[in-house]
Design a protein around this ligand. Structure first.
Ligand code: AP5
Length: 214
């Protein structure tokens, strides 16, 4: 099962992606995590991506599609994948669909997490993430150890107010049209499932699972 997670920054794609991955037994792939890993390791891709990421802009479509080609060539995604933040432009949606068709595969469902802007800004201003495994936390200070892997919690540079405002702008301008793109292809393509993502983490997981099971 291939599931695309869509939603604005801070909507809970990473948090829910992890839980859905455990429940459904397929890996979660986050292009944000892949790119931050490249930045940390100082690869050429990382150095190039950092410029875009720090100010909250999107990295070029070709970079994302290159990552996706590697992801679907791997044995680990044979049963499926949860794609967290992987599709953010119509060109990426088209590119992914073409690539999957060539492999005889397709996106099965698109979960669209919906939360209002005010709550998103609150969540991101309170977030720290592990610098090793990238697990997000709320209410934990930078410098504390990660419960999962013992890494160090840090603040993300793109969680600063200016970058968050830009990420929200970019989402509305470039990613929101992707929802319409999937909606137009629902009859033959993936099911489009809107999820109210304002609630406890458990509530949102249950809403997502219920939507997928229907
Ligand atoms: P990415 O890392 O994917 O950032 P994002 O999409 O902005 O999403 P976030 O990680 O900020 O939020 P989230 O929805 O995962 O929420 P989370 O679960 O952490 O991408 C970063 C950058 O990489 C992009 O800006 C771009 O530059 C580049 N990039 C990546 N993919 C790309 C692509 N395809 N094309 C081009 N560029 C790309 O939750 C947020 C906080 O809220 C956490 O603290 C969490 O603990 C808390 N929380 C979660 N759920 C709840 C809840 N129900 N109630 C209360 N708190 C909650």
């Amino acid at each position: 099962m291939i599931i695309v997670l869509l939603g604005p920054p801070g909507a809970g794609k990473g948090t829910q992606g992890e839980r859905l991955s455990e429940r459904l037994g397929v890996p979660k792939i986050s292009t944000g995590d892949v790119l931050r890993d490249a930045v940390r390791h100082g690869t050429r891709q990382g150095v190039e991506a950092k410029k875009y990421m720090d100010r909250g802009d999107l990295v070029p479509d070709e970079v994302i599609l290159g990552i996706m080609r590697d992801v679907f060539a791997a044995e680990s995604t044979r049963k499926g994948a949860i794609l967290d933040g992987v599709v953010r432009t119509v060109a990426q949606a088209e590119g992914l669909a073409t690539m999957l068709t060539e492999l005889g595969r397709k996106v099965d469902a698109v979960l669209v997490f919906d939360v209002d802007d005010e709550r998103l800004v609150k969540r991101l201003s309170a977030r720290t993430v592990c610098d090793r495994c990238q697990t997000p936390y709320t209410g934990r200070a930078a410098g504390e150890p990660c419960d999962k892997c013992g890494g160090r919690l840090v603040r993300r540079k793109d969680d600063e107010p200016d970058a968050v405002r830009n990420r929200l702008r970019v989402y509305k301008a470039q990613t929101a049209p992707v929802i319409a793109w999937y909606a137009e292809r629902q009859k033959t393509g993936a099911r489009l499932l809107p999820i109210d993502a304002d609630g406890t983490v458990n509530e949102v997981t249950e809403r997502a699972m219920k939507a997928l099971e229907q």
